[in-house]
Design a protein around this ligand. Structure first.
Ligand code: BYC
Length: 478
């Protein structure tokens, strides 16, 4: 090993004893330069010389997990962290319940586990790729810093999954780690694994919707994996969740600030016609509703089929639990339990009771929907405060779905089964179309980077990052 290499290994913050782990060092020796190459090619465009006020995790304790300073992003210290082990931790669900948690990959579950790690890992670089062009249309330095923070942490979450692949899955793990840098969001030949991660994120409204809806799928999936009987996966995901909270904050407050600005302008100017609202340089609430419908429905698909034998196997084996598994009061085996799922019968949606083990994707989706609804309620609070009689709503669970029981059916946002042609005719009322995208992008034609200034279409945040003022120089252009 060269001296340079030693220095570089020393620079990777970690709590996995990387300095002594020769196998891991050797794997990273190949992967890390490829990762940096990927970051230069597919990370945030034209960002490499910027100095960004970022938080970096240098340890997992209260002081170390969020160290703020100016960083050039290619020099960001992507670290490898697991929360500290819980002594004598057991597997908490499934047929192995009560046995000691696995510290190495159990042979019989090797390919299922690898699949879960790879699917999780694949979403992280995908989201960075989806967002790479947005810096050139940012509404403020504050927002620019936030998107970069999200991007570097998604990069770190990729590292987290690559650590597991390198450390626990040998040669096929190393090959999977390389493939994670080779697939590309939206690429016809080498797409990312899950649907939503191949959709474009063309503007900042889409970015905030994505971080509100899709990052929250991340939260629920990570919570389920943090229950895993495979202890290194559980501990890795638990730490990722500390960072994920900020991403959802960026999404919820981002959409909230757009909604607030629109509602304020509508109230001040006493307009409610969407064309008039647009003429005032803000995004009409109807367009916001269409974006919401899109991002919500493609994210619901990410939970997988309503009835899934994969999900049952993951659970029974002890690999992937339910949301807050250990707080649930039941047998954690679920062999006799049932759960309600919806099915389309002719022109009706009916509720069917199925074995709970097979319905775990649906159950997680339902947990997710509850939390999403409370965020939408908070946005509606801002509209109501301005006295505007409009409410954003979540469309029916079956609307615009491509995975599961509703796939192939034409369901309206209010939950009616429709003839396909009628649904297609109404599509532009419900989902953003090229006009909407063109309008939103026209508002974001240039970037706003003067300190303390914000684009007209978004309200300033209530407070800055890490107790800094809102007009802080969050990004230095030099
Ligand atoms: N698109 O039984 P099924 C995040 C496939 S987000 C395309 O229905 P299963 C983040 C499925 O792979 C969280 N394909 O589903 C957010 C399977 O394929 P094969 C990511 C899909 O397996 C923002 C087939 O359909 N983490 O972290 O029970 C920014 C039938 O599968 C989709 C995870 O997802 C889809 N939407 O569950 C950054 C956790 N859905 O076997 C990051 C790990 C299903 O026929 N993944 N398929 O080839 C899992 O737990 C499961 O793989 C899923 C699917 C929940 C995704």
């Amino acid at each position: 090993m060269t001296l340079d290499h030693m220095n570089y290994i020393d620079k990777i913050p970690n709590n996995v004893d990387l300095g002594r782990d020769r196998v891991l060092q050797r794997a990273l020796e190949h992967w890390q330069p490829a990762y940096i190459g990927w970051w230069y090619d597919m990370g945030p465009a034209e960002s490499h010389n910027l100095e960004v006020y970022l938080r970096t995790a240098i340890s997992v304790d209260a002081k170390g997990w969020a160290q703020f300073d100016y960083v050039k992003m290619p020099d960001y210290r992507w670290g490898i962290f697991l929360v500290p082990p819980t002594p004598d931790r057991q597997i908490n669900f499934g047929v192995n319940k009560g046995r000691p948690a696995w510290q190495e990959v159990p042979g019989e579950f090797r390919s299922a586990l690898r699949r879960l790690v790879v699917t999780q890992g694949d979403t992280e670089p995908a989201s960075v790729e989806q967002q790479r062009m947005l810096g050139s249309s940012c509404p403020s330095l504050y927002d620019l810093r936030n998107i970069f923070q999200v991007n570097v942490e998604e990069g770190r979450h990729l590292w987290a999954m690559v650590y597991l692949l390198h450390r626990y899955f040998g040669r096929d793990g190393r090959e999977e780690a390389e493939s994670l840098l080779e697939r590309r969001s939206g690429d016809a030949d080498h797409p990312r694994i899950l649907g939503a991660f191949n959709e474009p994120t063309p503007d900042w409204l889409a970015f905030y919707m994505f971080t509100f809806f899709t990052d929250r799928d991340g939260k629920y999936q990570l919570c389920s994996l943090a229950e895993s009987g495979f202890d290194p996966l559980a501990r890795t995901c638990r730490f990722m969740l500390t960072e994920e909270a900020h991403h959802m904050f960026v999404g919820e407050t981002g959409v909230g600030r757009i909604v607030q600005r629109t509602a304020e302008v509508m109230a001040e100017e006493k307009v409610d016609d969407p064309d008039h609202v647009r003429a005032l340089g803000v995004i009409d609430l109807q367009t916001i509703q269409r974006y919401l419908n899109f991002h919500y429905s493609v994210t619901l698909d990410l939970f997988g089929s309503d009835v899934s034998s994969n999900a049952a196997t993951y659970y029974t084996s002890g690999l992937k639990g339910r949301y807050e598994e250990t707080r649930l009061d039941d047998d954690h085996i679920l062999s006799d339990a049932t759960y309600d799922v919806m099915e389309v019968h002719g022109d009706r949606i009916v509720t069917m009771s199925v074995p709970a083990l097979t319905a775990l994707n649906e159950r997680l989706r339902d947990d997710y929907i509850l939390e999403v609804q409370s965020g939408v309620d908070r946005w509606n609070g801002a509209i109501a405060k301005s006295g505007i009689p409009f409410r954003l709503t979540l469309p029916h669970k079956g609307f615009h779905r491509a995975i599961g029981n509703f796939a192939g059916h034409s369901i309206s946002p209010d939950g009616r089964v429709m003839p396909e042609a009628a649904w297609k005719n109404a599509r532009s009322k419900w989902l953003p179309g090229s006009d909407d995208y063109a309008f939103v992008q026209s508002l974001m034609a240039g970037r706003v980077v003067d300190r303390g200034k914000f684009a007209n279409w978004i309200a300033p945040p209530r407070r800055g990052i890490n107790s800094q003022p809102v007009d802080f120089e969050y990004v230095r252009f030099n």
